[in-house]
Write a protein that binds this ligand. Structure first.
Ligand SMILES: [Zn+2]
Length: 284
């Protein structure tokens, strides 16, 4: 099946998840591969089977090289144990899953495949190149370009919100999550990719270490009865993937990076992945 046909099939089955980002009305119809709201605002499916929901321009796109690097190392399994741990938190029956800031889409797709493709997965990101790459996978989930602060989804639509290393908009999350739903936010903790961090920053640099305390505190403020799972493992870096690791990560780590030689980089054989899962369910 062509990507656009697969996307059309998904939208026909799950039209009720989406609302018009201009007038906030639920979409009433999918006609000629356009989503149409009761006020006749139209959003056309792209040839590649994605939807573009932004109503204003945003700057600061990820560049293609960074997205490709991320694609390669995630396909190689960097986050597989995180995804397995998330999968264990999900009920057996089919779920509607929203991936917040899905980037190039590998984690959501792996999660859905791990669960034998019985879920309806929707990933969104503000990056159009990210979404185009996300949709360029075997049997992709549904991917769209959208704004975290104004989600184009109806209230009480999703069973699961999955937020892997993306910013949060708790008010919007609470709106689109079903009352019985579950929010799973994954944040890096201080040991995350520490071998790379130590290569990049001198030990007296403020960026040589990282704490997720502020993010965890904010989550705890919103959800005092949250559950927490700490996960740490070593990932054996496949030969030649070190450069991808370097390309995909440190943008958000901040100033003061030193040049890393090819020899130093090649000496990096394994890397620590250390994260905290913050989980809010209706019952806790
Ligand atoms: Zn509208």
């Amino acid at each position: 099946m062509k990507k656009i046909e697969a996307a059309e099939k998904f939208l026909t089955a799950h039209l009720d998840l989406f609302k018009c980002p201009i007038c906030q009305q639920p979409f009433a119809d999918l006609a000629d591969r356009s989503m149409v709201c009761p006020n006749n605002h139209r959003f056309d499916l792209s040839k590649k089977g994605t939807l573009y929901f932004l109503t204003k321009k945003f700057s600061g796109e990820y560049d293609g090289a960074m997205l490709q690097a991320r694609r390669q190392i995630l396909q190689a399994g960097l986050f597989d144990k995180i995804i397995e741990t998330v999968a264990k938190q999900l009920p057996n029956q089919s779920q509607t899953i929203l991936d917040i800031g899905c980037g190039e889409g590998t984690p959501l797709n792996k999660l859905i495949q791990l669960r034998n493709s019985r879920d309806a997965g929707v990933g969104f990101d503000i990056s159009k190149p990210g979404i185009e790459l996300a949709n360029n996978q075997e049997q992709p989930s549904f991917f769209c370009v959208a704004d975290l602060a104004a989600l184009p989804f109806n209230a009480d639509s999703f069973d699961i919100i999955f937020d892997l290393f993306s910013p949060s908009a708790y008010k919007e999350f609470e709106r689109v999550l079903k009352p019985t739903g579950k929010l799973i936010k994954v944040v890096p903790n201080s040991n995350y990719l520490m071998e790379l961090r130590h290569l990049l920053y001198p030990s007296d640099s403020q960026n040589s270490s990282y704490s997720n305390q502020k993010v965890v505190d904010l989550f705890a403020q919103h959800y005092p009865n949250y559950q927490r799972i700490d996960l740490e493992y070593q990932f054996a870096i496949p030969a030649g993937q070190q450069a991808n690791l370097l390309l995909m990560t440190p943008l958000h780590w901040g100033q003061g990076q030193r040049e890393v030689s090819a020899t130093e980089l090649a000496s990096l054989k394994s890397i620590t992945v250390a994260v905290t899962l913050l989980i809010q369910t209706a019952t806790n």
